[in-house]
Design a binder for this molecule. Structure first.
Ligand code: R1P
Ligand code: URA
Length: 324
């Protein structure tokens, strides 16, 4: 249940009041949150983008890391999230549980580029996201297998069974991100790319793509990477995603879940997602390795700018946060 101060009694905490997995307590996470998959990216953005290069660090024994500081005077946190929707689930649910007031959260990730997406052209999912999952009942449904014999037992006992799926992968309907936050993020990334012109890390040749994305439950099978060892039945999957999802530009592992949870949050959380395509899935061409870090910093600073531009009811003041 939700308590009078807006916190929730349904989140187990330790003796210091820290939520079980994200391992922060009230005052350690800001209302404005940037989620990134890679812990090194989180640290690099923190060092480059927080006011005065100063921030508090809260590591977690579950693989998360929270960095909280100020951006042009506004409290912001970066959360090193790890990979996959279960990790994003912890960040969003435990993060919203420890923060009073409304939240805005953006993800800055990496992805595989779909269609004609050029590696390095940052995809902002202004046109929504779908979830792609491998269907377990398809993979293990081969006739005459011991799996089939085992599955027949509950049926024989008259218990309901999940039907055998006809397709190896499911593609969900599209969910739409917060329009204002997405557009602010896209505009800010574009401004950062342009601002790099003439600098030692000039990335002004890259641009922003406003498109849609697909979040997969694996880097491998459900992203259509063909494997010599495993029978994944995924040879046509990338093409099917591109056909079914208009303007599909990015294939990654967390964004759908962030947007979907924001939609379910009854107005507490607004969310948007952007990704840096590391590779074109069509051509197999990879992004110039020297350009990855400048793109991360540009995206991080743009995320801070977009988050800071949002009006959030009941947000914590700088004095209410632990900033070192
Ligand atoms: C896979 O390499 C990871 O990279 C992408 C995927 O979503 C997955 O988490 O995003 P991050 O770079 O943010 O981790
Ligand atoms: N991250 C992904 O999830 N997929 C890619 O192809 C590249 C980065």
């Amino acid at each position: 249940g939700v308590m009078r101060d807006g916190s929730s009694a349904d989140f187990p905490t330790d003796a210091d009041g820290r939520v079980m997995h994200l391992q922060v307590r009230p005052g350690q996470l800001a209302n404005r949150v940037l989620s990134v998959g890679d812990a090194g990216r989180a640290r690099r953005i923190a060092e480059a983008c927080f006011d005065g290069g100063r921030f508090a660090v809260h590591p977690s024994t579950r693989g998360f890391g929270v960095y909280t500081g100020l951006f042009e005077g506004t409290p912001v946190s970066i959360v090193a999230t790890g990979m996959g929707t279960p990790m994003m689930d912890f960040v969003v649910r435990e993060g919203t549980a420890v923060v009073r007031g409304e939240l805005a959260m953006v993800r800055l990730g990496t992805c595989g580029g779909l269609g004609h997406t050029r590696p390095g052209n940052v995809v902002v999912a202004t046109k929504g996201l779908v979830l792609v999952r491998q269907e377990p009942d398809f993979v293990h449904a081969s006739e005459g297998s011991d799996d089939e014999a085992a599955a027949a037992a509950p049926a024989a006992a008259g218990l309901p069974m999940s039907p055998t799926r006809q397709v190896p992968y499911s593609i969900s309907r599209i969910v739409m991100p917060d329009a204002e936050l997405s557009e602010a993020f896209a505009t800010a990334i574009d401004a950062q790319l342009q601002a790099s012109k003439g600098s030692t890390s000039d990335i002004s040749a890259y641009s922003v793509t406003r498109g849609s994305g697909a979040t997969a439950d694996s880097f491998y099978a459900s992203q259509g990477r063909i494997n010599a060892i495993f029978d994944d039945r995924n040879e046509t999957l990338v093409g099917e995603i591109e056909k079914r999802v208009p303007d599909a530009a990015a294939l990654e592992m967390e964004s759908f879940h962030l947007i979907s949870l924001a939609k379910a949050s009854r107005g507490k959380l607004r969310a948007a997602a952007a990704t840096i395509p590391l590779v074109s899935r069509a051509s197999g061409k990879w992004l110039d390795a020297d350009h990855v870090r400048p793109l991360e910093i540009a995206g991080g600073r743009a995320a801070f700018a977009a988050l800071s531009s949002m009006t959030l009811a009941g947000a914590l003041a700088p004095a209410e946060l632990e900033l070192e």
